[in-house]
Ligand binder design. Structure first.
Ligand code: HDE
Length: 695
């Protein structure tokens, strides 16, 4: 709290007319607090008042300016994707893609294109938690030498709806219910399930939303997708269809639902913190950008329409071609100025990239500029530093609210003869739209080729590993368990049955609603597509500790040698090790050394770690074994199928927690040291334990 000060005459104020102080040096000025008009402030603790205990004076322009600015600090949050985290970095192409596209940044591996990426949840407000069950936005702005290209995608390759006209309905249904104002950031409520139970086209996406994809372990571990079919266009004007895919270098991983629920309380900023801290410590997140490219004839051969955003193209049908990598290596200097004010738009394309006729994409092309007008206050949002192109930008658009430039000259129109040096259109270098042939009547219809709503939902479910399928069942049970209207649940079950009869039986059983699925005749009978193993995250996960976090529980008297060895080996594997003490103060080892833990046990439940180690002394175990925080730490780690390391002296804690030693509970002994434990921890979780305890 600021100390109260008696009103005194300022000693070092900068006043015009004060001859001595006019000579204040630039350095002195630079460190002086000023108003927005540059007037130095002598007292930032007290407002101007009439008498020591009298009323505040309206004349106090310093107080009024400060409070007025503060009153307007918030801008409207994004109607969707309001909560997000961003970072700067660069993109580099692997080679020359000029046979497919004339986009310069994809054709020259020596170019480092600056990028700004923003990851987001969709449904919750800006202050909501990081781990609801939700789709994640995956938006990247490439500041190319030919203008800004925004790849505004998601971490799921398909979408809920096929036509932009349904977007406001979808978003209204998923957001807080309008009369009661809850639930925040959750699909688990009646209006969402009512809507999707009446929208068969949403069912492929629903399966993804109920899967592990919707509760990612880290933003750094998410795949990303452009979702729509776009076009590449090369210098000869030849067009190829393209789908964009991002793959994280450290692999994908998800949390379990019970972890997500607990993380939201223990650290609502879990993802934001993880991204920020990784970049701060130089562990730069990296993704590979790949494309699936195909021509019209190939598209015509698919049993689905490539213009339908509720469909994906299995990698087994069109393989991914890696074309470059993105590295995020700098945190924003200011969250509001950059992450909040960044304005993405799928219509920000550069020559060489063009749109398809996907009706969802076409609607998006209108929406994004429109939303910035109210969110960022006017049409000059491209002048905000994070949105500015990094290549030359000049045209005759003028004026409007918050104009930051001072355009020169008499000419603000084209053609003109008064300024021959002024900018002109450039038919050679300029953007040209691919001249796709269009014909047809004006109609409000949905194409017959969009009518198969269940085949790919089935494909997705059947491509999952057994634990992933279990999680989908559990997710339906949780979500529908929150739905109050029985008819909505029955209608949802009807769709689940169309996706897969066995899945429906399992969900019915979990809900205690056996045989209650409504009969919902599909518009088109679903087909059985060949499973696509690439859709499973677990199936393709490689053992690794890169980017993972290990929590080590210590007490006074812990064995320094074992912990030191663990730290060295784990860090060599790219893991981060956090030390957890009985309190935040220093913990004494069995030698002379004391360590300062990163957390106290009360603030560090095991859900915040990928794996945990119990390295307490015997006395420490005795003292801790009746503490709920300690027992929950261990029991949760076990129930979440985590690998638990322990030293012999910590055994009493395991016993007290009632943990059976299995393959995932590994002793750090004097012979093998930490190696055996780390080898297990690389596997992530001990999935077979799920037969003992339902996760
Ligand atoms: Fe968006 N979407 N969207 N969307 N979207 C917005 O733009 C919209 C869709 C996506 O980090 C808004 O600036 C419509 C699909 C991301 O700032 C808004 C339709 C995909 C982000 C908007 C869609 C996305 C947005 C809100 C259906 C995946 C956050 C604030 C036609 C391919 C970008 C804003 C960021 C944000 C409209 C569907 C991705 C209102 C009308 C499909 C990642 O303009």
């Amino acid at each position: 709290m600021a100390k109260q000060k008696k009103p005194t005459k300022p000693e070092k104020a900068f006043h015009a007319g004060n001859a001595g102080e006019l000579h204040q040096t630039t350095d002195q000025r630079d460190s002086t607090l000023t108003t927005n008009q540059g007037v130095a402030i002598s007292d930032n603790q007290n407002s101007l008042r009439s008498g020591e205990r009298g009323p505040t004076l309206l004349e106090d322009f310093i107080l009024r300016e400060k409070i007025t600015h503060f009153d307007h600090e918030r801008i409207p949050e994004r109607i969707v994707h309001a909560r997000g985290s961003g970072a700067h970095g660069y993109f580099k192409a692997y080679g020359d893609l000029s046979d497919l596209t004339r986009a310069g940044f994809l054709c020259d591996p020596s170019i480092e294109t600056p990028v700004f990426a923003r990851f987001s949840t969709v449904a919750g407000g800006a202050g909501s938690v990081d781990l609801p069950r939700d789709v994640r936005g995956f938006a990247v702005k490439f500041y190319t030498q030919e203008g800004n290209f925004d790849l505004v995608g998601n971490n799921i390759p398909v979408f809920f709806i096929q036509d932009a006209i349904k977007f406001p309905d979808l978003v209204h249904a998923v957001k807080m219910e309008p009369d009661r104002g809850y639930p925040q950031a959750a699909t688990a409520h009646d209006t969402f399930w009512d809507f999707v139970s009446l929208m068969p086209e949403s069912w492929h996406m629903i399966l993804w939303a109920m899967s592990d994809r919707a509760i990612p372990r880290s933003l750094r571990m998410m795949e990303g997708f452009g979702v729509h079919t776009f076009r590449f266009v090369n210098a000869k004007g030849e067009s190829t269809f393209v789908k964009f895919h991002w793959r994280p270098k450290i692999g994908s991983a998800s949390v379990l639902w019970d972890e997500a629920v607990k993380i939201c309380g223990a650290d609502p900023d879990f993802h934001r913190r993880d991204l920020f801290e990784a970049i701060e410590r130089g562990d730069f997140p990296e993704w590979e950008l790949s494309v699936q490219t195909f021509d019209q004839a190939t598209a015509d051969g698919f049993p689905f329409d490539v213009l339908d955003a509720t469909k994906l193209i299995p990698e087994e049908m069109v393989p991914l071609q890696p074309i470059g990598k993105m590295v995020l290596n700098r945190n924003p200097d200011n969250f509001f100025a950059e992450t909040e004010q960044v304005a993405f738009h799928p219509g920000h394309v550069v020559p060489g990239i063009d749109f398809s006729d996907d009706p969802l994409l076409q609607g998006r092309l209108f929406s994004y500029t429109d939303t910035q007008l109210s969110r960022l206050g006017g049409p000059n949002f491209h002048q905000i530093p994070v949105n500015r192109p990094r290549c030359p930008m000049h045209n005759f658009q003028r004026d409007a609210i918050m104009q930051m430039e001072v355009p020169h000259g008499r000419v603000n129109y084209e053609p003109n003869s008064l300024d021959p040096a002024s900018v002109r259109e450039n038919p050679g270098a300029g953007f040209t739209t691919h001249p796709a042939t269009q014909s047809g009547d004006k109609l409000r219809v949905r194409s017959e080729t969009f009518m198969d709503h269940y085949s790919q939902a089935r494909l997705f479910y059947r491509s999952m590993t057994a634990p992933e399928q279990d999680h989908i069942v559990n997710a339906f049970a949780f979500e529908l368990g929150k739905v109050e209207t029985p008819e909505v649940r029955c209608r949802v079950l009807g769709h689940v049955k169309n996706v897969d009869a066995e899945l429906c039986e399992r969900v019915e059983q979990a809900l205690g609603m056996e045989g209650q699925a409504y009969n919902i005749p599909p518009a088109v009978e679903p087909i059985d597509m060949a499973p696509s193993p690439a859709l499973s995250l677990l199936g393709k996960a490689e053992p690794t500790l890169a980017g993972r976090k290990i929590g080590v529980l210590l007490s006074d008297g812990f064995e320094l040698a074992i912990v030191d060895q663990l730290l060295a080996l784990a860090e060599g594997e790219g893991a981060v090790v956090d030390l957890i003490g009985p309190h935040i103060g220093e913990v004494e080892s069995d030698g002379d050394t004391a360590v300062s833990p990163n957390h106290a046990i009360a603030a560090a439940p095991s859900v915040l770690f990928d794996s945990v180690v119990l390295a307490v002394s015997e006395a420490g175990a005795e003292a801790m074994k009746r503490e709920a925080a300690v027992l929950n730490f261990i029991r949760d780690a076990y129930a979440h199928l985590k690998i638990i390391g322990f030293t012999a002296s910590s055994m009493a804690l395991l016993e007290m927690a009632g943990i059976d030693v299995d393959d995932g509970v590994v002793e750090l002994d004097s012979s093998g040291g930490a190696t055996a434990y780390l080898d297990m921890a690389k596997k992530g979780r001990l999935w077979p334990r799920a037969a003992v305890i339902k996760a």
